[in-house]
Design a protein around this ligand. Sequence first.
Ligand code: DAT
Ligand code: MG
Length: 151
Amino acid sequence: MGMERTLIIVKPDGVQRGLVADILGRFERRGIKLVGLKLIQIDRATAERHYAVHAAKSFYGELVEYITSGPVVVAVLEGPKVIEIARSMIGKTRPNEAVGGTIRGDLAVEGLRNLIHGSDAPETAAEEIALYFRDGEVLDYTRSVDHWVVG
Ligand code: DAT
Ligand code: MG
């Protein structure tokens, strides 16, 4: 089974609302391995690169303001199909459309304040991880439970 990595950001609303442990805990409980983690404040240049794909959209300015508005937690998760699994756990972009059981469906209600980012494809995951983590900050290690989770 091919291993993937994905970038997760607990956005400023998640940090301010004290939801970091709940959000990261969901991935831990699922059995997903954490290989990178830090608390940072994203600067404007990094936010503009991260959301470059949305540069022409009407909500771009607001999006950059929001993601730079306070500390965030950036994390790298690793595992088979982890990009798809994390996206399904995160739920739909608009929290009002996200179903219960998902992070957005359980913990968020409105528009931009959707608590969490997760990479959407292997190429974007690699680009996004490189935006926030240097070589050596993403760790390669084994867990004794790995053979109970991935068999
Ligand atoms: P996702 O975060 O689910 O991957 P996305 O990549 O399409 O969604 O968009 C990035 C963020 O931009 C999203 O989390 C919230 C905001 N956004 C997307 N579409 C929007 C819209 N139509 N109006 C306002 N904000 C939007
Ligand atoms: Mg996206």
